[in-house]
Ligand binder design. Sequence first.
Ligand code: GDP
Ligand code: MG
Ligand code: ZN
Length: 409
Amino acid sequence: MPRRGPGKGRREQAPKRRSNRDGDDARSRGGAPRRIGTGRSRAEAPQRERGWTRLHDDDLDETVSYERLKVGRDRVESRAEADGYGAKIEGPAASGTVVEVQKGSFLTALDAPPELPPNSAPLPDFLRTWPRGTMKHYETGLANLVAAGDRVEVIVPPVHGNEEYEGLLTKVAPRRSTFRRLHPSGRSIQTLAANVDRVAIVASALEPPFRPGFVDRVLACAASCQLPAALVLNKIDLGVDAETEALLEVYRGLGVPIFRASALTGEGLEPLRAAWTEGRTVLCGHSGVGKSSLLVALRPGLAEQVRVGEVSGVTSKGTHTTTHARLYRSAEGEIIDTPGVREFTPADTDKQNLWAWFPEIASRRDGCAFADCTHTVEQGCAILAAVAAGEIHPRRHESYVRILKSLPE
Ligand SMILES: Nc1nc2c(ncn2[C@@H]2O[C@H](COP(=O)(O)OP(=O)(O)O)[C@@H](O)[C@H]2O)c(=O)[nH]1
Ligand SMILES: [Mg+2]
Ligand SMILES: [Zn+2]
């Protein structure tokens, strides 16, 4: 009697469909946000498993699986088929760096062109790379598995004539660091950039006004990622008001390096150039503060690629365009711009340990009367006392309270 393989039948539940349905269920239930880190609670695990079939080698009856997968013995040429079945795609391997994450694909700069057959079409500067089918279907609790700055390995099937090259992602190298945030949905963690060395918060004194709440969010976010952060005050040609000056002093007191610059006049660019020549810097800042202008001022070679004065995040029709980070490589140091990313809520943290990313709270919390003090309303709170005594700036405390309220339990 023919053996009915354990994988048979279950394979028909397309993983993608299944995971979508789970998502809808979760949404319709509403309620509390999911646990960070997994994206799902443990209680949901059995339900999730049901949608998945783990195929052991022993379970794979070759003839059945070939038939079922409709792959046959021919090489799979189309990406759509490969997506679904993790089929074999042939071509030379290459390594590279992801410069931008787009809808489902990764724009990748290859370290060196792979050896392609003679009379293949010329390779583009940036190769559009797609993940293998399976990678897209597992719910990991992460909004994205690959980020700008990731080191990857790809397969590059040769193409001829006018066909477009498309790489297949085969491997993502371990990261030396990640800059990540809680996704605005509150349900997953989003890696904005990988293998970065420092975060630069770009702000302007005027037009748009200086926003300390934003600075505090990025500072907490960077600290939770163990990344050093600096503050760049751009547009100093427009003047700096006394209130902003006072806040800059507060940040300086907290050990945050402060740069003052004008992309317009070129003032203050030298120290930035010097500070960013080594490694990789991520620029964060509201639209209009001058991130693109600074990029072009520091790297005139990018003038063709980077558009200044572009309203990012929203098109004229009011729909969202890309909010994706873009890596600009250069021998004078690499810079990642994050246009359209406005929310920086620290990931890997919760209400109980947010204090750790506020140095002036971390250093005083031992003085609180209660070990589980939230530093918001408690009697005998050393932090509230320090705010009242003028030792902690009220705006910093206000930022702490705001972030606290926006975090999951
Ligand atoms: N006065 C002045 N204007 C600037 C400066 N840097 C940028 N701008 C202007 O601010 C606007 C937004 O700049 P942009 O670089 O596109 O900001 P981004 O959205 O942060 O990338 C543009 O009109 C720039 O010309 C500066 O240092 N001084
Ligand atoms: Mg810009
Ligand atoms: Zn307290």
